[in-house]
Design a protein around this ligand. Structure first.
Ligand code: MLT
Length: 200
């Protein structure tokens, strides 16, 4: 997968896996990675699907309606890619914290829904429930931060509430943070994510 890898200055830190929103690319979230943890290594990935030229991590049939077969294949592809990147760059596969926005948050959530130990933790900005027809793996000791907007037209509030419940029921430690905005990624929610990350 097309990506940018930046070696961190403190190798005891997690590796931050950055996953952009629809129409974004692997450069979009680099400033956020540097803000969350300037010492951590960063693996920022571009989604392999193109929707009318807009990169995404998996296909959708329409807004909010996912192509479940493609989601499954692309989630496996990303999971395997993280392993390959860990071998290539020498970071610890078990110490990866995903930071995703929108479509990127949705594939990060689906990594959690699919594999035990895919991620050490995750910061999900404006995610949805990626799959309502699956049993989640054991997510004990997996911290997850969800940032949601009370007026988000793309991810209605129930999506965040349901996602928090599904992850918590699987054993994850979830913090759900609300901003009174829409779907945009706001600085206050990035600050809230940083406060959460600093306590990991
Ligand atoms: C998705 O397709 O993953 C969500 O609808 C969010 C987005 O617009 O990318």
């Amino acid at each position: 997968m097309k990506n940018i890898f930046k070696q961190g200055t403190n190798l005891s830190k997690p590796t931050l896996l950055m996953l952009h929103g629809t129409g974004g690319n692997e450069t979009d979230l680099l400033a956020i990675a540097a803000h969350i943890d300037p010492e951590a290594s960063v693996l920022s990935v571009r989604g392999n699907v193109s929707e009318n030229g807009m990169p995404r991590f998996f296909k959708r049939l329409s807004e909010g309606i996912f192509d479940m077969e493609d989601l499954k294949i692309r989630t496996e592809e990303l999971y395997n890619f993280i392993g390959q990147a860990a071998d290539e760059h020498g970071f610890d596969r078990t110490q990866v914290v995903a930071i995703g926005y929108s479509n990127g948050a949705n594939i990060a959530a689906n990594l959690l829904f699919t594999y035990t130990g895919a991620l050490k933790g995750a910061i999900l900005h404006h995610p949805m429930v990626p799959n309502r027809h699956t049993d989640l793996p054991d997510l004990a000791n997996t911290p997850v931060f969800i940032a949601a907007g009370t007026n988000d037209p793309i991810c209605p509030a129930e999506e965040s509430i349901d996602l928090e419940k599904l992850l918590s029921d699987a054993g994850a430690e979830v913090e759900l943070h609300w901003e009174n905005f829409g779907h945009q990624l706001t600085m206050p929610e990035v600050e809230a994510a940083k406060n959460w990350y600093d306590k990991l």
